[in-house]
Ligand binder design. Structure first.
Ligand SMILES: [Zn+2]
Length: 223
């Protein structure tokens, strides 16, 4: 049954009044209002809420400022132009920095692992070439030293090669490890700096959704 809104005046107080009644026709609504003591001046049918408009999408909101324009959904930067420019200046190198930092770290790790046995191989070759016995070579590689009796059996040239080899197998890996630690530390520094820079860039270039009136340009926030 349709609903009607009755505008009129209260017969007792003469004040303006409006009531809603349910009736088949406007006539019936009017007579119901009269029975309640209302001098009816106007009867308006109340439209039942249209289900297709109950879920009105944000894109079809009419502007409240000019009452004509349709509000359009737009995505804009939260901050103004210069801040956004600075944001991108932070953002682009920081992405490159993360990639470069990662590559340096991988190269350092791979390099450190692949050179770990290199000094031993070179020392072994040099000692074998100088005619030093396999027993002594093994001791140099494994213990980094030999007994004085073994040393006394060697010629002066062999002693020189032996001392160089001992230094090489001790200091070589240390140097590799040191450069590995420096390389990894450097790459971690680059990655962290890039993450911080990227965060600043992201904050400065953040976007928001607004609704903007096509007619008058009024803007309201949608997010
Ligand atoms: Zn407008």
């Amino acid at each position: 049954m349709p609903k009607f809104k009755i505008y009129g005046a209260d017969s007792n107080t003469a004040k303006d009044i409006s009531v809603e009644v349910t009736a088949d026709t406007p006539m019936d609504a009017e007579s119901i209002a009269l029975d309640r003591g209302i001098f009816v001046s106007r009867v308006v049918e109340v439209m039942p809420p249209d289900s297709s408009h109950s879920c009105q999408s944000l894109a079809n909101i009419t502007c409240k400022v000019c009452d004509q324009g349709v509000m359009r959904r737009r995505t804009v930067h939260r901050l103004s132009g210069p801040a956004v420019t600075v944001g991108y200046i932070f953002l682009i190198p920081s992405i490159l920095g993360m990639i470069i930092g990662g590559v340096i770290m991988i190269i350092t790790i791979v390099g450190t692992i692949s050179t770990s046995g290199l000094f031993e191989d070179v020392a072994r070759d040099q000692m074998a070439h100088a005619g030093i016995s396999e027993t002594i070579i093994s001791e140099v590689i494994n213990d980094h030293e030999i007994s004085n009796t073994q040393r006394d059996e060697l010629t002066d040239d062999q002693k020189t090669v032996l001392d160089n080899s001992i230094q090489s197998v001790i200091l070589g890996p240390m140097a590799t490890q040191t450069s590995g630690v420096v390389g990894i530390g450097f790459s971690i520094f680059i990655i962290i700096a890039s993450i911080v820079g990227g965060l600043i860039g992201w904050l400065l270039t953040m976007k928001k959704t607004i609704l903007k009136c096509k007619a008058c340009g009024a803007v309201i926030n949608a997010s």
